[in-house]
Ligand binder design. Structure first.
Ligand code: HAM
Length: 439
């Protein structure tokens, strides 16, 4: 028996409607922000991620699914969405005058990271992401973060915290990096093995170590906020003022560093405060990446974006026992009694479907009882029954599940104009009619 690969999940037919619901909610929010969809390939040149996400990051150095193809090209399954969007922005000249500026795009789809799987952490997972290219205005940072919060709120996810930080510009970070090395080097022996390695490669990553010993040493480490240039300080202050003006609660957390190299200035994470999904409590991560487009060979273009993990959203919704969206009941369920009714049942469901109604039927010539059971499970609005007698008479029994009323229709009438029968049965206007007649 061949099984699914470790760290992957099947999204089964009885769960997929929840995924569709999450996507629909996100798309409705994006519409209000005029953020348009972009779809880029799920594999790209390995070099793209090496240059953008960063060669020494865990994502590229340890977690990337990369391979040589039959033409000896070095490919990688995308571990995240930003790099591909930026590549597409440059390649398709989306900075041209015929495109919106700033360009606001969203994407929904699978990403791949070779990580140790656990609840909320998979090797193939799904992100809903946004990238806004072309403006340094702090209002872009704020409205983009607000769009992420709107999605969480429209999904009914509560009890989250927005953490923000600033990484400053490259030169600010350079000075800060040195300050961190100066602080941690004398303490090196007390750091965890991972942090000792990171201290030389990327000392900022020591700050978000989960190791308790490291955490104790991090408390007194210098903070990035003391190393920001005036320009970066001003940008960060404006972001905070705007969040406050919109009454969006947030916390400044100088220990947030993010695991990807392209960020500068504002970075943020939205975290659930419930322990429900354990260590994987970061639902959303993102920030500003003003140098990235240029680094990949495009014109100097600022950028801001985020991505949220769909698995984590759905886990959180379930843990917070959100009312999951109910699946719509089927409009019509056709029950046939006896093999001879097979053709009539086929005609009936097809007639309903051609009028835009949803319809299902029994295919197994099962007992009346079990067909009724299925109709109940499908939350059928109208149940149509065809038996031997109906076949002879050319009639169909229609039962309205909302009021239990049973009506006999002519088969020819139904096949000709299914929709009016449906309306007649499901929209009960009698109370309104009575009211207007003054009864
Ligand atoms: P990231 O923080 O690496 O950022 O990922 C964003 C979100 O994707 C995480 O907060 C989490 O919800 C989800 N996620 C990441 N890895 C996994 C995994 N192995 N299993 C399940 N969910 C996961 C980025 O990817 C950036 N591209 C975000 C961005 C866009 N920054 C600017 N623009």
């Amino acid at each position: 028996m061949i099984q699914k690969m470790k760290g992957t999940e099947d999204i089964l037919p009885n769960e997929s409607y929840i995924w569709q619901h999450v996507e629909d909610v996100a798309k409705a929010v994006f519409d209000t922000y005029q953020i348009k969809e972009i779809r880029t390939p799920i594999f790209e040149a390995y070099e793209l991620f090496k240059r953008s996400v960063g060669e020494t990051t865990d994502v590229v150095s340890k977690e990337m699914y990369d391979f040589m193809d039959k033409g000896e090209r070095h490919n990688a399954l995308r571990p995240e969405g930003t790099a591909g969007v930026v590549r597409s922005y440059i390649e398709n000249k989306l900075f041209g005058p015929e495109h919106a500026n700033p360009l606001k795009v969203f994407y929904i789809g699978p990403m791949f990271r070779y990580e140790r799987p656990q609840a909320g952490r998979q090797r193939q997972f799904h992100q809903i992401g946004v990238e806004v290219l072309g403006s340094t205005n702090p209002a872009v940072d704020v409205e983009t973060m607000a769009s992420a919060l709107d999605i969480l709120s429209d999904l009914g996810i509560e009890n989250v915290t927005l953490y923000i930080n600033s990484l400053g510009k490259t030169q600010d970070r350079y000075a800060y990096r040195q300050a961190l090395i100066d602080y941690f080097l004398p303490l090196k022996d007390q750091l965890s093995e991972d942090s000792q390695r990171r201290l030389l490669e990327n000392p900022l990553r020591v700050l978000d170590s989960k190791n308790e010993r490291d955490k104790a040493l991090v408390v007194n480490a210098p903070t990035i906020l003391d190393y920001l240039s005036d320009e970066s300080k001003k940008h960060f202050e404006e972001v905070q003022q705007m969040l406050t003006a919109l009454e969006i609660p947030f916390k400044v957390n100088p220990l947030i560093v993010r695991g990807l190299d392209y960020y500068q200035d504002t970075i943020f994470e939205i975290v659930t405060n419930d322990d429900s999904i354990g260590a994987q409590s970061t639902l959303v991560g993102g920030g500003r990446y003003d140098g990235l487009v240029e680094m990949i060979g495009g014109p100097q273009t600022p950028g801001f974006g985020f991505a949220m993990g769909m698995e984590r959203l759905i886990l959180t919704m379930k843990e917070q026992s959100q009312d999951m969206p109910e699946e719509e009941g089927v409009d019509i369920y056709v029950m046939g009694l006896g093999q001879e009714t097979n053709m009539t049942c086929l005609k009936l469901v097809q007639a309903a479907r051609s009028e835009g109604l949803t319809a299902e039927r029994d295919f197994h010539d099962r007992s009346l009882k079990s067909q009724f059971k299925t109709a109940g499970k499908l939350k059928a609005k109208l149940i149509l029954t065809v038996g031997e007698r109906e076949l002879e008479d050319g009639t169909v029994q229609v039962k309205n599940q909302a009021n239990g009323k049973q009506t006999t229709y002519q088969l020819s009438e139904l096949l000709d104009d299914f929709y009016s029968c449906y309306l007649e049965q499901t929209v009960d206007t009698s109370a309104i009619d009575k009211y207007f007649r003054g009864e």
